[in-house]
Design a binder for this molecule. Structure first.
Ligand code: SAM
Length: 297
């Protein structure tokens, strides 16, 4: 059964105030630019939080949906980027997304897979909403990274989705590749990064300009061999690539529970089949649906 890591009540922006954060953000932005699909049409940031990556995702001819379970983070996104006509904010559970089959031309998901208690179910749902041939840039924590293999030995080499703590997982690259393959995707490329940031503290942050080339070297030598702590992957839904989806927002959404059409009832959306209602608060569509899932901290 899936359990949701709940960021409600927590200001995720504080993570980016750590001394190493600027360096980490720079690394993630760089690798995102390298791997992200160029596709126009509908694009989704799954578990997109407060929209940190909007400046990287923004593109002429692209509509971007930020889907996240945490209403508080979407409220921040609404204040910061909500006025842009290409931004759509949707509160949703990544296991039950309120989008019709084959909707999105592309997408990404960063720092989310490591919270997924049921990675197969999550990837299946990603495949469902993606159009044929569509690509998602998916990041996961590589449990078999170089440092961890030295530290943990056989435990790091075990090919599984290992719980590091409550709702925090590290995934073996082979387990990831197998799950990707079983859920209707092809793994096109993996770039491993993030060797240096964990060693940055307030005291040594001044060394970042010197450490930058070392990170680049480690990324090139070990990151490309599946030994980096953070694996950024480019995965593609099987099938022929289709032209960009030009449908309106109202025609890409559906009931997250029964997947049937929803209609606008003024205060939000209502399912035309099961009659469930989903409120709209400001610019945020609240489609959170949890079935039998539990919330976890
Ligand atoms: C570490 S944050 C990353 C946020 C964003 N991707 C970024 O890199 O700035 C993880 C995000 O995943 C979201 N999340 C975790 N489980 C989820 C689920 N089942 N459905 C939707 N969002 C989820 C959390 O609410 C949180 O915003």
């Amino acid at each position: 059964m899936e359990v949701i890591k709940d960021y409600n009540g927590r200001d995720y922006r504080t993570v980016w105030q750590h001394p190493r954060a600027k360096f980490e953000d720079e690394i993630e932005t760089g690798v995102t630019k390298r791997l992200l699909s160029e596709d126009k049409g509908w694009f989704i940031d799954i578990g997109g939080g407060y929209g940190r990556l909007y400046p990287v995702l923004k593109k002429e001819g692209r509509n971007i949906v930020f889907a996240d379970f945490a209403m508080n983070l979407l409220e921040i996104a609404e204040k910061d980027i909500g006025a842009n006509s290409d931004v759509f904010l949707v509160a949703a559970n990544a296991y039950y997304m309120p989008f019709k089959d084959s909707t999105f031309d592309g997408g990404l998901s960063i720092r989310v897979f490591h919270h997924m208690s049921d990675p197969e179910k999550f990837l299946r749902e990603c495949a469902r909403i993606l159009s044929s041939g569509g690509r998602i840039m998916m990041e996961y924590a590589n449990k078999r990274n170089l440092a961890r293999t030295f530290k943990r030995g056989a435990q790091a080499l075990r090919e599984d989705h290992e719980a590091y703590g409550e709702l925090l997982y590290g995934t073996h690259p082979r387990f990831y590749a197998k799950t990707v393959d079983q859920t209707g995707f092809t793994l096109r490329k993996t770039l491993g990064v993030g060797f240096i940031p964990r060693f940055i503290t307030e005291k040594n942050v001044f060394l970042v300009p010197l450490l930058r080339p070392i990170e680049k070297f480690l990324d090139a030598v070990f990151g490309t061999r599946n030994l980096g702590p953070l694996n950024f992957t480019d995965i593609q839904k099987t099938g022929e690539k289709t032209p960009p989806n030009t449908a309106s927002f109202n025609s890409i959404i559906c009931c997250p529970a029964c997947k049937k059409d929803v209609e606008d009832v003024g205060t939000g959306m209502k399912c035309t089949s099961c009659a469930r209602t989903y409120p709209k608060v400001g610019k945020i569509y609240d489609f959170r649906y949890t079935a039998d899932a539990q919330l976890g901290k």
